[in-house]
Each structure stands twice: as C-alpha cells, then as structure tokens.
Design a protein around this ligand. Structure first.
Ligand SMILES: Cc1cc2nc3c(=O)[nH]c(=O)nc-3n(C[C@H](O)[C@H](O)[C@H](O)COP(=O)(O)OP(=O)(O)OC[C@H]3O[C@@H](n4cnc5c(N)ncnc54)[C@H](O)[C@@H]3O)c2cc1C
Length: 406
C-alpha cells in the first residue's frame, strides 16, 4: 500500500481521508488544530448548513466556476445523503434546499466523521503544523517541527485564510506556489461591509428588513431582500453577506462600490411619494421626525432626514412636492459608499485561491505535478451562502480521495 498524506482536517480533508482509505490507500492526515473539523463546528451558527440539495455551477464564483461542475455532478444530493447515512448522520432538508443535520448540531457532523475514521486505519495527526511540502526522488516530503515524512501522493486541503481564529491559514497557497501554481489573490467573502458615512454609526444596532442593491461603478449589479443591520463600522446582515462576494471582489479590483438601502421594500416606488403625502395630510401639524417615527426606527429617522437635507422639526404641512419626492427617494435608495470588507477574521469564506486552470477537475490532481492534489476552499472556487461551500468541499474531497488511492 502506498502512503499518502492529506494536509488539513476540514470538510475536504476528512471526506478525502475516508474515501481514500476505503479505496485502499495508507492515509495520514495532518491537522494543526487540536482536533479536526473546527470550521464545521462553527458553521451555520453551530448548526452546520451541511449541503444544499440544488447546487449548480451558477451558485459559485471564481475565474472559472465551471470547474466545479464535475464535482457537483459526481456528488448530487442523493449521493451525499447516502454517504451521510453511512456515517449515521440523518439530514433535515429545508424548503429552500438548505440542509442541516437532523440533530441541528454541527457537533454531530464532526463526531460522525471522527467515529467513522476511528474505525479505519487512517492516521490522524492533530496539533501538528505542516511547515512545507517538498519533493525528493519522485516522493513528497511533508515537513513539520519533528522533521519530515515521505509520501507517494499529497492532498492540499488546507482551506482558505477566512476565520484565522479557527485555524485558517494561507499555507495552502504557499505550498501550491512552491510547485509553480498560480494563486488568484484571495479576498474575504460572505462578510460584513465597512461604510464611509456620518450616519451608520449612529444607527448601530438597528435591524431592518431591507432590499439592498449593490452598485459597482455606479451601476446596479445585484439586489437582495433580507435582514440588514447597521453597525459601528458599517453594515451587516444576511442581505449584505449575500452581496459581499461581488462587493469584495470589486473592491479588490479597485472598483467604486456602494449599496443602496430600500428601507420600505414593500412600498411601490412610483406611489410612495403620494402615500407619504396622505400620511402627512393625516398629521399636518406633526414635525417630520414624529411623522416618520410611526413607520421607521426612531434611530433611523433623524439620520435619514439629515442625509436628505431635511430638518427634523419641519412641520409636514409645509413640505412641497419636491421635498416629499426627495424623501421618498431617500427612503428607497439610501446610498452608502463601501470602503472595505470587515476582513478575513469575520469572513465565512474566501474568494480567490489556487488557479483551477492548473488542476484536473476530474481527479483534482495538479496539471503541473503528478501526485499533488487540491480540494476544497484552497481552490479558486467560492460558493454562495446556503451550504454551497461545504457542498464543493465534500464533492472535491471525495474526488481527490479517489485520486489519492490510485
Ligand atoms: C463561521 C463560519 C460559518 C460557516 N458556515 C457554513 C455553512 O453553514 N455552510 C457552508 O457550506 N459553509 C460554511 N462555512 C464555510 C465552510 O466552513 C468552508 O467552506 C469549508 O470548511 C471549507 O472546507 P475545507 O476543508 O476546504 O477547509 P477548512 O474546513 O478550513 O479545513 C482546512 C483545515 O486545514 C487546517 N490547516 C491549515 N493550514 C494548515 C497547516 N499548515 N498544517 C496543518 N493543518 C492546516 C485548518 O486548521 C483546517 O482545519 C462557514 C465558515 C465559517 C468560518
């Protein structure tokens, strides 16, 4: 039996280890955390959105998202469901295709993998940082503080640098670059955004169901309806996480990025001004601040009025049509300039990574060096929120695991 090494005990590495050992490989898995699957434990707010039943290439980003097609087709949901059952893991499928362990606990997922691996001869070496990977006489040397071990094949499944507090590193990129691979500049994704404005900080803590439009160089790109939270540094919430992939990538490319917040998405844009007029006719002697406080958070109202250059104390009966139209516009397209993301520490995933043009999507083997494999987030493939990132990690890990054992 030929010895193979897997670097990284995350979703991709664990899946690859089980697959490779079942196909007869002598597997050693290196993980520098004290235990495997730390990101799995933290995922989905501790519930682990383990997969999405309907993952397509269009749910992914990267220089060439079609790279993910083979992996996704090789491991459709039914295959993963059977695999999960073989670990004793039952799944709870939600209406929108998101899928969680039936226990609703991410811990069940890690425990299931650990138990399955314990029943195999896979050597799991935890608390061991891999410093470098080199080659010698057609073998790979995996270097740690204890020296090095040689292997016939190596899988780099070190993930991305998102969430370094969970053990994430950029090591996989350096290992890949050492062997001549190209790495697309990594950027944080599924992450909160920083705003340049005098208003957001004063509204920190206010959550609204808003429709947020992402503007790149002033052009609308994408619109998402969802919980939106103003924070000390900028803006957060599910709507923002969903837009963050494109926003972050655009910031990396020095584009002008802004978001337009529609605070009243259920109101028709054309008729909002006349609806405001009706409201103001009902309470003509109210000042603007009081008149709007029945429909918006009291933390938002003064900031919104200031941004629209309207005085909070203005009696609504004195407003002219132009001012009401301006207010209606501000309520539905309040623009904020995005300066940066909240960074890798707060990101769920990272865009960029090892160029997929240099990896064979049917085996996950490097096209530059035989015996070198990649799987999971270390590659230049990143998914939307909703289980898609685990989806690619499991699927690519399974393919790489098969490749390791050949
Ligand atoms: C807070 C949070 C919540 C998330 N929730 C979800 C979710 O619900 N659904 C979803 O689909 N995705 C989610 N994700 C994303 C998902 O966790 C990742 O896409 C997925 O874990 C990637 O798997 P991977 O195996 O490629 O990398 P990882 O899971 O990151 O595994 C890589 C492993 O390599 C180890 N490692 C790195 N460098 C070295 C080294 N030099 N030596 C030894 N070991 C090393 C790391 O410690 C890590 O354990 C979430 C991410 C975060 C941070």
């Amino acid at each position: 039996m030929k010895k193979v090494a897997i670097i990284g005990g995350g979703a991709a590495g664990l899946m690859a280890a089980l697959t490779a050992v079942k196909s007869g490989a002598d597997v050693t898995l290196y993980e520098h955390n004290k235990s495997v699957g730390k990101k799995i434990l933290a995922s989905g707010n501790g519930r682990c959105n383990i997969i999405n039943t309907t993952a397509f290439v269009t749910d992914y980003f990267g220089a060439d998202p079609s790279f993910a097609a083979f992996a996704l087709e090789s491991m459709p949901f039914k295959v993963f469901e059977k695999f999960a059952l073989s670990l004793g893991l039952l799944l709870d499928v939600k209406e929108d295709g998101r899928c969680y362990p039936l226990s609703n606990e991410a811990k069940s997922v890690v425990m299931a993998f650990e138990e399955a691996l314990t029943q195999t001869p896979v050597k799991i070496i935890t608390h061991k940082h891999v410093k470098a990977i080199t080659t010698e006489n057609e073998h790979f040397c995996v270097h740690t503080d204890d020296g090095f071990e040689t292997y016939y094949k190596v899988l780099i499944a070190t993930g991305s640098q998102a969430a370094p507090q969970l053990g994430a590193t950029a090591d996989g990129y350096s290992f890949a670059q050492h062997f001549g691979h190209t790495v697309a500049t990594p950027y944080p994704s599924l992450v909160q955004l920083h705003l340049e404005s005098e208003f957001h900080e004063k509204m920190a803590g206010v959550k609204v169901m808003a429709e947020v439009t992402l503007y790149l160089n002033g052009k609308p790109e994408e619109k998402v309806l969802g919980d939106t939270l103003f924070t000390r540094y900028g803006i957060s919430g599910l709507s923002i996480l969903d837009l963050s992939q494109r926003a972050s990538e655009a910031l990396t490319n020095y584009q002008a990025v802004s978001v337009g917040v529609n605070l009243l998405p259920s109101f028709n844009r054309q008729t909002l001004a006349s609806q405001l007029e009706k409201l103001f006719q009902a309470v003509p002697t109210h000042d603007l601040e009081h008149a709007l406080s029945g429909m918006l958070s009291t933390k938002i109202v003064p900031q919104l009025l200031k941004s629209a250059k309207l005085d909070t104390k203005t009696k609504v009966q004195t407003l002219n049509t132009k001012q009401i139209k301006k207010l209606a516009h501000q309520l539905q397209d309040w623009r904020f300039e995005v300066t940066e993301t909240h960074g890798f520490k707060h990101a769920e995933v990272s865009g960029g990574g090892v160029s997929t043009a240099e990896v064979n999507e049917k085996s996950m083997e490097s096209k530059l060096l035989k015996g070198l494999y990649f799987a999971g987030e270390v590659l230049d493939i990143v998914g939307k929120r909703g289980g898609y990132n685990f989806n690619f990690a499991w699927a690519s890990g399974m393919i790489a695991g098969k490749g390791l054992s050949h």
